[in-house]
Design a protein around this ligand. Structure first.
Ligand SMILES: Nc1ncnc2c1ncn2[C@@H]1O[C@H](COP(=O)(O)OP(=O)(O)OP(=O)(O)O)[C@@H](O)[C@H]1O
Ligand SMILES: [Mg+2]
Length: 219
């Protein structure tokens, strides 16, 4: 489904250069669930962001379904909207909007009719156990509930690939297992899932583990 061919990523800011990914090659098949592991600063978020076309690599080639992903910002945005669901580190919910609005946001970009949006959002909210939270605002929710809202927003467009950056890092054990069960269920329904994590219990439910260190794959 995706392939990284010799991908490097450099960040340059005020003459300070960081080599976040250093000649990475990897393949991830359709319907795999893969953990991206490694210490802080090893390049996990950078790798996910390239996979989700939020960032462009400095060199090398990124293929999605055998097609290179390159283009201007609007083409990249279209690619993201059609294929990718992001579950970002620290949820990234819109604070002054309610849960319904937050979940429905990706559907707005698809110019979907209002009654259909309502139907889809309520189905997704139901499956994640947050139906009774739709009118609430993010600050009224627990961490686990916020994470489920973030997952709902990521899956509302039925993406082929879900990219989750530390989806359990701010959760207690019960909520962690709940979120992992949800991700596993989505994987069983056909989604390809990449999870960046420090947590070995997260990696254990994945099919495979990719270990990064200093921008290299070490395992
Ligand atoms: N926007 C940026 N500008 C400059 N350097 C950056 C930028 N984003 C990341 N880096 C650097 O790239 C390297 C990899 O960062 P990345 O965020 O991918 O690591 P990570 O494995 O996700 O870390 P963490 O576990 O702390 O989230 C780090 O050394 C970081 O300082
Ligand atoms: Mg990170």
């Amino acid at each position: 489904m995706i392939e990284f061919k010799n991908i490097s990523k450099y960040y340059r800011y005020k003459k300070i250069e960081t080599n976040a990914l250093d000649h990475i090659s990897l393949k991830i098949d359709k319907n795999e669930m893969v953990a991206i592991m490694g210490p802080s600063g090893s390049g996990k978020t950078t790798l996910l962001n390239i996979a989700g076309a939020l960032l462009t690599q400095s060199s090398g080639e990124y293929l999605f379904d055998h097609k290179p992903i390159v283009g201007n910002e609007s083409e990249m945005a279209r690619f993201r909207n059609n294929h990718i669901g992001f579950v970002l580190q620290h949820f990234a919910l819109i604070k002054n909007r309610n849960v319904f609005y937050n979940i429905a946001l990706p559907l707005k970009y698809q110019k979907m009719k209002k009654d259909q949006v309502e139907k889809i959002v309520s189905t997704v909210a139901e499956s994640l156990g947050i139906s009774n939270r739709l009118k609430m605002y993010p600050h009224m929710l627990s961490g686990g509930e916020c994470q489920r809202v973030a997952i709902a927003r990521a899956v509302v467009t039925h993406p082929n690939m879900i990219l989750a950056d530390e989806p359990t890092s701010s959760l207690d054990d019960d909520n962690k297992y709940e979120v992992l069960n949800i991700l596993k269920r989505l994987n069983n329904c056909g989604a390809t899932i990449l999870i960046a994590t420090h947590d070995n219990t997260v990696a254990q439910i994945c099919d495979r583990k990719i270990q990064l260190n200093n921008g290299h794959i070490v395992e």
